[in-house]
Design a protein around this ligand. Structure first.
Ligand SMILES: C[S@@+](CC[C@H](N)C(=O)[O-])C[C@H]1O[C@@H](n2cnc3c(N)ncnc32)[C@H](O)[C@@H]1O
Ligand code: SF4
Length: 453
């Protein structure tokens, strides 16, 4: 089948499956009380993963889909840091201070926009109130244009050992169209600063599908990205959701590449990264050097998917801290109040700020595992998976009947129990996962996700 026909067939709006059920299915039925019960029920010997959200930036990029806003004054940032500290203390009180932490991820927004002493004192508090494993990964997202030597000193003090640098595109015309000026030299200087400080595990983020991007321009960006020699590169398709992110309306829809052009751009970037760079494709949108832990986890089939994308972190509970953060616990998902004032009101009243979430049913848990395997390994044995949950595979096999079309199109191999996404099927892996999403049919009337490719 021709690429254009394939894209027309599979161009539905499907989730990226960083959770299952996905966030639009969270409801107010999960609140602080349910969350406290979940915390009490955690296995005290299992490690925890912490995600800390900082919803502030020094600039607002027009394409941005993150929960953030531009804040320049120091006072609200200090107030927010205090709230993070209170929430961490509340969690430690609830968990009895015995919990081991194997992973801390600072995301945003731009976490380094907090004052340096706030960043270091929050990490000190985590060390004081939890048992931070000596081999813990401590990761932080960085905007290279606002990353200075003093910021670097602060994150070294924090014990950060992985940094993720937002790039998106190096072409000045594209940068002007998306309101994000950032030279290659600035980005390289940021990588050098980090490496000089001993932080050598680096990730880069690129985006395709942005205004004015062409195959030639994204190829140049990917080649420049290679020169930065990061261990991991994420390649996201631009998610244009102006009904959720109003500032994206400043990007004219007519200036966006169409689906066919997006697909060609993705292929061009993938070609540079894998052929010239030797990177291994990981799941939907990541590339890793063959010796990177992410590529090793892929080989060992121990890769996981979380709200931040692909991870080697196997902790059974991810605790979200800060406004809008989402926790993923064995019992379900719990999201904090999205807006800072509502989050602050709850934390200042000594309550967890959970606004919504979802309790996982046994069917959700099974489907979550199937979808995670498809998104990570591109390979799942449905009968074995159902058996590992003590479940009847009938529901999954019923859904798998719709794989026939994917098989005819060369996107999967399917033998009646095991499905394997083919290399040609990788860009459509979300569509394959969506076959097992029991909630998706409810969504069909009102598409709420960005396009599949
Ligand atoms: C929190 S930001 C990264 C750190 C820092 N704030 C920066 O921009 O450099 C996370 C990443 O999400 C991606 N992103 C943001 N909005 C997006 C969108 N609408 N579509 C696809 N990717 C997006 C970008 O690649 C961005 O680097
Ligand atoms: S892309 Fe990064 S710097 Fe730009 S607005 Fe989003 S979070 Fe802030």
């Amino acid at each position: 089948m021709k690429t254009a026909d394939l894209l027309a067939r599979y161009d539905g709006r499907v989730p990226r499956y960083t959770s299952y059920p996905t966030a639009p299915h969270f409801s107010g039925a999960v609140g602080a009380q349910t969350y406290e019960g979940w915390l009490d029920g955690l296995d005290p010997t299992a490690p925890l993963s912490l995600y800390i959200h900082v919803p502030f930036c020094d600039r607002l990029c027009l394409y941005c889909g993150c929960n953030t806003s531009v804040v320049r004054q120091e006072a609200p940032k200090r107030d927010y840091a205090q709230l993070l500290g209170r929430e961490i203390s509340m969690l430690a009180d609830r968990l009895g201070g015995r919990a081991q932490v194997s992973h801390v991820h600072w995301g945003g927004g731009t976490p380094t926009s907090l004052p340096n002493d706030c960043l270091t004192s929050i990490m000190d508090l985590i060390r004081k109130r939890f048992i931070l494993r000596t081999d813990a990964e401590i990761a932080i997202e960085i905007d290279p244009t606002s990353f200075t030597a003093d910021k670097c000193d602060a994150i070294i003090l924090m014990g950060v050992n992985r940094a993720s640098l937002g790039v998106q595109d190096f072409d000045p015309a594209v940068q002007a169209a998306i309101g994000r000026m950032q030279s290659f030299e600035q980005t390289a200087a940021c990588a050098d600063l980090l490496r000089g400080g001993g932080i050598s595990a680096l990730n880069l983020d690129l985006i395709y599908g942005l205004p004015l991007q062409t195959i030639a321009s994204v190829t140049r960006t990917a080649q420049q990205a290679l020169a930065l020699a990061a261990g991991r590169i994420a390649v996201f398709g631009y998610a244009h959701v102006p009904w959720m992110k109003r500032h994206q309306a400043l990007i004219a829809e007519a200036s966006l590449p169409d689906t066919l052009a997006r697909f060609a751009q993705l292929n061009a970037i993938a070609h540079v990264l894998s052929q010239a760079g030797g990177y291994v494709p990981v799941g939907l949108d990541h590339y890793a050097r063959p010796d990177d832990a992410l590529a090793v986890a892929l080989q060992e089939k121990s890769l996981h998917r979380c709200f931040q994308g692909y991870t080697t972190d196997a902790a059974p509970a991810l605790i979200g801290i800060g406004a809008s953060s989402i926790g993923s616990l064995p019992q379900g998902y719990a999201q904090n109040e999205t807006r800072v004032p509502a989050y602050a009101a709850a934390i200042n009243a000594g309550k967890f700020a959970i606004a919504r979430g979802v309790v996982l049913t046994s069917d959700d848990k099974l489907r979550r595992a199937v979808i995670e395997k498809i998104m990570c390994d591109l390979d799942v044995d449905l009968i074995a998976m159902a058996a590992s949950f003590g479940a009847n595979p009938a529901g999954l096999l019923h859904d798998a009947a719709r794989l026939v079309m994917f098989q005819q199109d060369g996107l999967v191999q399917w033998n009646g129990r095991r499905l394997q996404v083919t290399p040609a099927g990788r860009p459509f892996v979300r569509n394959v996962a969506a076959l097992f999403d029991a909630y998706l049919r409810m969504d069909e009337a009102a598409p709420r996700h960005a396009q599949a490719v």
